[in-house]
Ligand binder design. Structure first.
Ligand SMILES: [Zn+2]
Length: 137
């Protein structure tokens, strides 16, 4: 079942594997799984993507990173997001290693650049909290 925010955006449905990630976001903490041999990995899954080990643990990351790449949606391709244009979708390399995708918020879209330092930004939407990024303070 897919749940939608009041503005029409699809919201995550946590599973037993993903619930600690989404619970962390709700508490303004970025939690990812960490393999004792290979470091943090993403997205939440049952086994390490490198060694297939299942002895990973959840760990808290700083939420700080740099923009690896990004695009600006100025057309509103998704009707649920049309009211938010223009907005940035970025790939962010976290300081601890994983690369995540998220919106870059709290700045002009034309200010976003590859290599820009960012930090986690949390948006409460309905019962969910979504991860985005803002320019690092
Ligand atoms: Zn591993």
């Amino acid at each position: 079942m897919v749940y939608f925010s009041p503005d029409g955006r699809p919201l995550p449905t946590p599973t037993p594997i993903t619930a600690p990630y989404f619970d962390g976001l709700r508490n303004r903490r970025l939690m990812l799984q960490r393999c004792p041999r290979h470091g943090y990995f993403f997205y939440p899954r049952g086994r390490c993507p490198h060694c297939l080990g299942d002895d990973w643990e959840w760990g808290e990351l700083s939420g700080r990173g740099t923009v690896y790449s990004f695009t600006v949606d100025r057309a509103g391709h998704d009707p649920a997001l049309a009211g938010r244009i223009p907005y940035v979708v970025a790939l962010v390399d976290l300081d601890e290693g994983p690369r995540l995708v998220g919106n870059v918020v709290d700045c002009d879209v034309d200010a976003v650049a590859v290599g820009m330092a960012v930090e986690a930004a949390y948006e409460d939407v309905g019962d969910a909290t979504l991860l985005g990024f803002r320019p690092a303070s």
